[in-house]
Design a binder for this molecule. Structure first.
Ligand code: UT7
Length: 331
């Protein structure tokens, strides 16, 4: 029997504080109408100075463990672009706070594609027999890297965390990860980048601590790479677009998601989206969207699901899976 990776638990965590478009418009030269019509975003959650990526990730991780009903975990992977410290990685501290001292634990840096990269790395560890299960967390506090005066990035990004438990199982089981596609193009790293890394944003930080984004160039790259990546991943398992029950794209912009779905001939009602409530939460984007899909009855056991993401690096990737029968442990 071929050893496969099976998704078996899901948990999320969002910071309490919510910023509406109207609140942004009080401080910046923007409007609710512009943000909603150009991005699909209405609100985003943001941390206060006491909450780090590690703390948000820890909550989501604990909820994923309880959703999976598993206590012993062999490996903890944290996908993030905003770790608590430049060094060391944040994952070992999350592991020890969960009582998992001794587990393999490391951070993975692929920005908005981090959760998809993480699923692939976790699956490699499991199917090779190195570990029997993995706790994968996607968490970011990107609000802490934004220029307070930048109306574009402040409109888009929010904070959050999502986590899943992955375990060894069989390919025929609901929850089995079926195919992967990953890629990168470092020659375009300058389209989205943060030169230095602050843990907590402070007033009047040097420009080099803020995230920079060429939104227009990123938009078209995101559509092209997510569309092509989905085509490749479904091609590996002989699916056509019509075989996809649910497409769960990285929540970057409602217009990007619509364009990807349109190019793939996936009707809007097959696309899972929570961008209006949470914005772009970077590595947390896909697990938060999965949680939304479960909560709103959009994901059912046995559904053919395709996850796809694109982000800074540039990086992109997709995963095809059969949706498991799992509960959703969220905030
Ligand atoms: O996870 C991957 C990370 N990022 C992305 O995926 C982002 C991809 N890009 C996008 O989502 C879109 O390009 C944006 C939402 C960032 C911008 O939307 P757009 O429709 O591409 O607008 P634009 O960049 O072409 O700008 C149009 C106008 C500009 O003004 P002028 O030059 O025409 O006078 C911008 O300065 O909109 C202006 N603008 C705003 N106006 C009001 C940009 N941000 C705002 C704002 N409020 N928040």
């Amino acid at each position: 029997m071929t050893r496969a990776t099976v998704l078996s638990g899901l948990g999320t965590s969002l910071p309490d504080s919510v910023i509406t478009n109207a609140q942004l418009a009080e401080a910046l030269d923007t409007t609710d109408d512009w943000i909603l019509s150009r991005t699909g975003i209405q609100t985003r959650h943001v941390v206060d100075a006491s909450v780090t990526t590690g703390k948000l990730g820890l909550k989501a991780a604990a909820r994923a463990l309880s959703s999976a009903g598993i206590k012993q975990i062999d490996a903890v992977i944290l996908a993030t672009a905003t770790p608590d410290f430049a060094c060391p990685a944040t994952a070992p501290q999350i592991a020890s706070r969960l009582g998992l001292t001794g587990a393999v634990a490391f951070d993975l840096s692929a920005v908005c594609s981090g959760f998809i990269y993480g699923l692939s790395v976790a699956s490699g560890l499991i199917t090779s027999g190195i570990v029997n299960n993995v706790l994968l967390i996607g968490a970011d506090t990107f609000s802490q890297t934004l220029d307070p005066q930048d109306r574009t990035t402040r409109a888009i990004f929010g904070d959050g965390a999502g986590a899943v438990v992955l375990r060894a199982g069989e390919i025929s089981e609901p929850g089995a990860l079926l195919a992967f596609d990953l890629g990168s193009d470092g020659s375009q790293a300058d389209l989205l980048f943060t030169p230095n890394m602050p843990r907590i944003a402070k007033e009047n930080m040097p420009e080099s601590y803020y995230f920079h984004m060429n939104g227009k160039a990123v938009f078209s790259q995101a559509v092209t790479h997510m569309t092509n990546s989905v085509k490749r991943v479904i091609g590996k398992i002989g699916w056509n677009s019509s075989d996809i029950h649910r497409l769960v794209p990285h929540q970057a912009n409602i217009r990007i998601m619509a364009a990807v779905a349109d190019q793939l001939d996936v009707e809007p009602d097959r696309v899972v989206s929570n961008i209006s409530e949470v914005g772009n939460t970077v590595a947390a984007s896909i697990p938060l969207a999965l949680s939304h899909g479960v909560k709103h009855g959009q994901l059912h056991a046995g559904d053919n699901v395709v996850l796809t993401a694109f982000g800074a690096g540039l990086t992109w990737g997709s995963v095809a899976l059969r949706w498991p029968d799992i509960s959703n442990s969220s905030r």
